[in-house]
Design a protein around this ligand. Sequence first.
Ligand code: SIN
Ligand code: FE2
Length: 211
Amino acid sequence: MADLLGDARSGPWQILPGVHRLAGFTAAAALMPEIDRVAAAAPFRFMVTPGGQPMSAAMTNCGPLGWVSDRAGYRYGPTDPETGRPWPAMPAPLAALARTAAAVAGFPGFDPDACLINRYAVGARMGAHQDRDERDFGQPIVSVSLGLPAVFAMYGPKRGGRATPIPVADGDVVVFGGPARRNYHAVRAIKPGHHPVTGPYRFNVTFRKAG
Ligand code: SIN
Ligand code: FE2
């Protein structure tokens, strides 16, 4: 197994140092029922940026910690601010998928405590940002794409510069960590389309070790 993981680390899935794309690692058909269950307890909502602008992707969370943005800033917290209740539990199949993907990409022992679910309608996008609200940058980010395709743009650790476009289709998992952990990244506007499972949406499920 160690050899296999060693090969994967430097193998054809590595797009940039520390950035891996596992193409077709899962599928919306397998995961959407879990996401629907989470959304039934903690509905998708448009959070606002600290500046007060609604985000273009709708979001919810599952797991012990959820990521939230509002006028007070960005943070992780144990409860859904909309209901005051704990975020729904992280479904076991989702957690298992994240652990396996991280291990295959060369990050064994990943144990996510936060799972942010983004829902992008056609035209929705995400501007360049770093994931930096987590405590331990030694832990990777595991990002699962479902439904409509997108372009995930990977920059370097400083704002600006040229991005490497990473096309992501249904079931693709991008794992970034190590030298890429603090890279800026963005999602280009979703193009019109229809996916047999998700219809007019792209979902992205991002696993983090936040606390
Ligand atoms: C994110 O950076 O939180 C979202 C990435 C994505 O939607 O692919
Ligand atoms: Fe991010």
